[in-house]
Ligand binder design. Structure first.
Ligand code: GAP
Length: 464
């Protein structure tokens, strides 16, 4: 990770200033734990999601996609164990009544919370006399359920209770039978989904790292009971490969085996993929072996058979599942913080986002060298229109000197700037340069003269 002072503050400021990410409901003073993606942010996020979907769904023969409802029958979350068990430890400042995550308070006091139950945390707080961040005594540690509860329809009785999904996985498990009945896939196969998840986090923090509304890209990969180790290993490798695809340096990506007592209730093995964020090494993604826990529970609660019939052996069983779970927003944050670079050009600091070209929100920018030369403007507009048809998100900028225009594009990670000058329109000194343009590369600043006829192929190859 490139060492830059106050990198997090700089990334948050750039994200706001250049239209990547804004605080949610900002003109009303905001809403903690919510963020809005702006014009460039939504492009970056969509590029990440599209790359994932292509790599893990459409490019494979053993994968199927779904897009399930966010609000599901409340029984789904009773069956999955989320209603009873999806909780974080909460502790209250007895004076101010502010509420904190107990493990965060303990970690601030230098105590490792791995494997600690709320009761253990309570004991340590009382024994060591640990105070709240405001310096006041703390109450008993309690379990706080993180699901957002709502009522569906005009009634507000027990039967109308539902929840905003806390993980997209639920929508996959309840559609397992639908996918099997309609497409008849053979094991092993997976179902992938990208979508919103909601958690009423006690302490949302670190920009988009921990929010109350976020997106996940999840796969439930169904296997025979004895096939999970092989699938787990393949997905572990695939997840590391994905980190490389989105430009995360391998030396900043780690695997952490999660101890029995720290795993989610449904998991028999979990590896977290961690990443060096500017605020420390934290979870980026998770890979879990969920056994046949979820399908068995949904079978029990829904009274529908979720067994799979193996034609080869004639056996019926509830498939087991390996789950690679990737947070979209944590991917965006990892990508932004590792891409953020500074160097010096002409005695001034240059900020640039070294994004993998495929992920860049703006693929290229077209500049007419001068604003007051109609022939140059006309040619630049024609080139811009043509490139836009092929590459989609292309910028046109005619204001300020070329250096300033480069800086503006560098800051948002645009990999290429195409300049139309006197030579392009045949008004330069060298007639052989007619109908050529300069293509300047973001990271190196190198400029190459390319014939207009070759421009699209040249850029296409560079963007591949
Ligand atoms: N279906 C499994 C599951 O949801 P998880 O570890 O709770 O497991 C998976 O979440 C991923 O979702 C995390 O690795 C992270 O990338 C993302 N994630 C979880 N909580 C988040 C939050 N509050 N804000 C942003 N991303 C979050």
């Amino acid at each position: 990770m490139n060492k830059i002072e106050n990198k997090m503050e700089k990334v948050v400021s750039l994200a706001k200033r250049r239209g990547f990410i804004f605080p949610g409901s900002e003109i009303y003073g905001g809403l903690a734990g919510t963020w809005d993606y702006g014009p460039l942010g939504v492009e970056l996020k969509n590029n990440i999601k599209n790359l994932w979907w292509k790599k893990f769904v459409t490019d494979r023969e053993d994968m199927f996609g779904v897009d399930a409802a966010i609000i599901m029958n409340g029984r789904v979350w009773e069956a999955s164990g989320h209603v009873s068990g999806f909780a974080d430890p909460l502790v209250e400042d007895l004076k101010t009544h502010s509420r904190y995550r107990a493990d965060h308070v303990l970690e601030e006091a230098g105590i490792d919370c791995s494997g600690l139950s709320p009761e253990d945390m309570n004991k340590i707080i009382q024994e060591k006399g640990i105070k709240s961040p405001a310096g006041n005594p703390l109450g008993e540690v309690q379990k706080f359920n993180m699901m957002f509860k709502t009522n569906v329809g005009a009634n507000s009785d027990a039967a109308s209770v539902s929840y905003l999904r806390p993980e997209t996985a639920g929508g996959i498990f309840v559609n397992f039978k639908n996918v099997v009945d309609s497409l008849h896939p053979k094991l092993p196969f997976g179902i992938g989904q990208i979508g919103k998840a909601f958690r009423n986090e006690i302490a949302p923090r670190d920009f988009i790292f921990r929010s109350r509304e976020f997106e996940q890209m999840e796969i439930e990969y169904f296997v025979k009971p004895d096939g999970w180790q092989e699938a787990f290993e393949k997905w572990r490798v695939a997840m590391l490969e994905w980190c490389n695809d989105i430009g995360l340096p391998a030396e900043n990506v780690y695997e952490k085996e999660i101890a029995d007592e720290d795993r989610a209730h449904y998991s028999k093995r979990t590896i977290d993929i961690e990443f060096d964020y500017p605020f420390g090494r934290k979870e980026l993604y998770g890979l879990a072996y969920r056994t046949n826990y979820d399908l068995s529970k949904h079978q029990e609660y829904s009274k529908q058979s979720l067994e799979y019939f193996d034609e080869e052996t004639g056996q019926k069983f509830v498939p087991h599942v390996v789950e690679p779970s990737l947070g979209v927003d944590r991917s965006v944050l990892a990508v932004l913080t590792s891409a953020y670079c500074e160097d010096e050009v002409g005695g001034e600091t240059r900020v640039f986002l070294k994004l993998v070209p495929k992920l860049a929100p703006i693929k290229m920018a077209v500049f007419p060298l001068l604003k007051n030369r109609p022939e140059i403007i006309e040619k630049a507009k024609a080139v811009y229109g043509d490139l836009k048809k092929t590459f989609g998100n292309v910028a046109f900028d005619e204001s300020g000197n070329i250096g300033k225009r480069y800086r503006r594009q560098d800051e948002v990670g645009t990999p290429f700037c195409v300049t139309i000058d006197f030579d392009t329109i045949g008004a330069g000194e060298d007639a052989s340069l007619t109908d050529t343009v300069t293509v300047r590369e973001r990271d190196s600043g190198t400029q190459t003269r390319i014939a207009l006829a070759d421009l699209k192929n040249y850029l296409q190859e560079k963007l591949a």
